[in-house]
Design a protein around this ligand. Structure first.
Ligand SMILES: *Cc1c(COP(=O)(O)O)cnc(C)c1O
Length: 355
C-alpha cells in the first residue's frame, strides 16, 4: 500500500462522538462537530454526524464547502473575512463574530440575497484571541444593540474560546462570567439568547467534577472527537486517541555514530542542532519529512523507537533498542498530536486511507 499514508478509523471516531454527545447531553449541552483538524474530509465528517452531532463547524470556507452535501447546519468558527462574506451567506448557517462592521457586511449581503444569517457574538474571557474583552461591557452592549437593529442578521447567542492562544484554562469562574454577560444582555434588551457556547474540547474537563456552570448549553468539539484529547492535550477517559495512524516506509537502515562528523553549522531549517554521543547506533531513515509533519508531532507506536529528527523529506529514527528487526522496505506506525494530524491531513503527499 502507498506510503506515507494516514489510516483513519472511522468507527473509533464515531464511537468517540457517541460517547461524548451522550455525556454532554446529560449536562444539557449540544455538541457541534469540528472538522478543521482533518481538513473537512466528508468521510470523517459523516462519522461525526453518525455519532450524533447536530451541526458541523470549521474555520475555513474551503473545508465548509466540502461539507455542502451533508444535510446538517454549518457553523464558521473563524471570524469571517469581509472578503468572504458572500460565500459565508451561501454555505454557512451560523457565524461567530466580534465586530459590528462584520455584522453590517453580513446584513448587507444577506438582505440582498433575501436570507437571514445567524450570528453568535464572541466574548474574550482572557485567552486574548477573538471576542470583545469581557471587562468592556459598554462595547458588548453597544455591539448587541447595533446587531439587533440589523436586517438579515439574527443574534442567537454569545460564545467564547479558551485554551487556544493564551492557554487559559476553562473554569466555572470564567465561564460563569459568560453566563452573567448573557443575563445582562437579556435584561437590557428584552431578547432571548438561545446559545451560550462555552468553548472547545478543553471545556469538557469541567464535566468531570460537575464544574460546568449551568447555562452553558453548547460546545464546539474537534480534538476530543477525533483524537480523544482535551485540556492540555490530555487523553479523555473512555475515548480512542488512536483513530489516526501515520504509516511510513523505511528507505535506509544503517549503523552510524550518534554525533555528526565535521564542523557543525545550521541544519536545513536554520537551526543549530545539538547531539549526545551515545556511540554507534542503529538508525532508520523513513520517507516522510517536515513538509508533511514536524517530528515532535509523531508518537511511535513502538515505544522503543527514538525520533532523532527530520529534514524536509527524511525522518531519522534510532531503532537500536527496539525488539523489532526493522529492515529496508518495512513500515513504522505513529500516533499523532493535534498539530501533527492537522499537517498530515493537509499534506497532499500523504495518502488518506479510511478504515
Ligand atoms: C478549533 C476551534 C474549536 C475546536 O477546538 P478543539 O480543541 O479541536 O475542540 C472550537 N471553537 C473555535 C472557535 C475553534 O477555532
Amino acid at each position: 500500500m502507498t506510503c506515507p499514508r494516514i489510516e483513519i478509523d472511522l468507527e473509533k471516531i464515531k464511537e468517540n462522538t457517541i460517547n461524548t454527545v451522550a455525556r454532554c447531553k446529560e449536562h444539557g449541552i449540544n455538541v457541534v462537530g469540528v472538522t478543521k483538524v482533518f481538513c473537512g474530509f466528508t468521510e470523517i465528517a459523516i462519522a461525526l454526524v453518525d455519532g450524533g452531532v447536530n451541526m458541523l463547524a470549521d474555520s475555513r470556507m474551503k473545508n465548509i464547502k466540502k461539507l455542502r452535501n451533508i444535510d446538517i447546519p454549518k457553523m464558521l468558527l473563524r471570524i469571517p473575512m469581509l472578503s468572504e462574506i458572500q460565500d459565508v451567506i451561501e454555505y454557512v448557517d451560523i457565524s461567530l463574530i466580534s465586530k459590528i462592521e462584520t455584522a453590517e457586511k453580513i446584513s448587507e449581503i444577506a438582505v440582498r440575497k433575501d436570507k437571514i444569517h445567524k450570528v453568535i457574538l464572541m466574548i474574550d474571557l482572557g485567552d486574548l484571541r477573538e471576542g470583545i474583552f469581557y471587562e468592556n461591557e459598554n462595547l458588548i452592549f453597544e455591539t448587541v444593540e447595533k446587531i439587533l437593529k440589523l436586517d438579515g442578521v439574527s443574534l442567537i447567542g454569545i460564545g467564547t474560546n479558551l485554551s487556544c492562544y493564551g492557554g487559559v484554562i476553562p473554569t466555572s469562574v470564567n465561564l460563569g462570567t459568560l453566563i452573567e454577560i448573557k443575563q445582562k444582555i437579556q435584561n437590557k434588551f428584552d431578547v432571548s439568547l438561545d446559545i451560550i457556547s462555552g468553548g472547545n474540547s478543553a471545556s469538557l474537563s469541567l464535566l468531570q467534577n460537575d464544574n460546568m456552570p449551568k447555562g452553558i448549553n453548547h460546545l464546539r468539539l474537534g480534538a476530543s472527537l477525533s483524537l480523544g484529547i482535551g485540556l492540555n492535550d490530555a487523553q479523555i477517559e473512555g475515548l480512542y486517541y488512536d483513530a489516526f495512524k501515520v504509516i511510513v516506509e523505511i528507505v535506509e537502515v544503517m549503523e552510524k555514530p550518534s554525533t555528526p562528523v565535521g564542523l557543525i553549522g545550521l541544519d536545513s531549517f536554520g537551526r543549530r542542532p545539538v547531539f549526545k554521543d551515545l556511540g554507534i547506533r542503529k538508525r532508520a531513515i523513513c520517507a516522510i519529512g517536515k513538509q508533511d509533519i514536524f517530528p515532535e508531532n509523531l508518537i511511535p507506536v513502538d515505544k522503543d523507537i527514538i525520533i532523532l529528527g527530520s529534514s524536509s523529506d527524511h525522518l531519522i529514527l534510532d531503532i537500536t533498542d527496539s525488539h523489532q528487526n526493522y529492515d529496508l522496505g518495512d513500515t513504522i506506525s505513529f500516533d499523532v498530536t493535534y498539530g501533527g494530524c492537522l499537517s498530515v491531513m493537509t499534506s497532499e503527499y500523504v495518502e488518506k486511507i479510511f478504515l
